[in-house]
Design a protein around this ligand. Sequence first.
Ligand SMILES: Nc1ncnc2c1ncn2[C@@H]1O[C@H](COP(=O)(O)OP(=O)(O)OP(=O)(O)O)[C@@H](O)[C@H]1O
Length: 240
Amino acid sequence: MIELRHVSKAFGGHLALDNLSFKVQAGEVMCLLGANGAGKSTTLNILLDFITPDSGEAWVDGVNVQLEPHKSKQRLVYLPENVNLYQEFNAIDNLSYLARLCNHVPELNDIRRALQKAGLQEDAWLQPLASYSKGMRQKVGIAFAILRRSQVLLLDEPTSGLDHSATREFIKIIEQLAKQGAAILMVTHDLYCAHTLATHIGIMKRGRLLDVFANQQHSLDSLEYLYHQHISGITLEKTA
Ligand SMILES: Nc1ncnc2c1ncn2[C@@H]1O[C@H](COP(=O)(O)OP(=O)(O)OP(=O)(O)O)[C@@H](O)[C@H]1O
């Protein structure tokens, strides 16, 4: 489970997060949408303990992030927009090394299974990451989440720069992880991905959640309409 309770954060005089609260339960995928500067990355950074809130609490899998930062980091896997691992290592060595950093010595078979589930083609497993495309690197990041059996995933713009079929593949894998009980928070500008993948959508503006709703209640067109209505603050004429 992922939770923010009344979190506020100011930079200088500027309020980046304004009393923000939300919850993502096990098995849910929540997508945070919002224009540039809405506070989406600040939200992730607080959950990652990269920055400290001025007030409020962040929780990851039952652990208070600010009180037990080391423990909370062990409970989550974070996939940044660009997964930059060790370029000269292959996928297997990267996963083995990263797992050891978390005090976990994985069996080779577990690593292979994780790479398979993440959808990375087998002939790439022993190639250095320097030769990987963005989508392939991302699969190594997802394989790490699978290997760690992480119950919390934080995803930052995961589909930016992916082609349509890589996006579809990514969506399928994340759906699987949610079905297996992970709580997933994704920050994105990709309405298609949000609409296809999310169980819940939150629309942010000026550090607040303007709206949170169950995704299945909207078509993609109606989500787009709602998003622009919230972001612009005006009522648009619905064309479809
Ligand atoms: N380290 C920082 N120092 C000063 N101001 C910051 C810092 N981090 C974020 N901000 C400000 O806080 C606000 C929220 O920024 P944030 O990066 O969370 O927005 P965002 O929704 O992720 O935007 P984007 O879609 O562009 O990534 C912005 O006004 C930003 O300028």
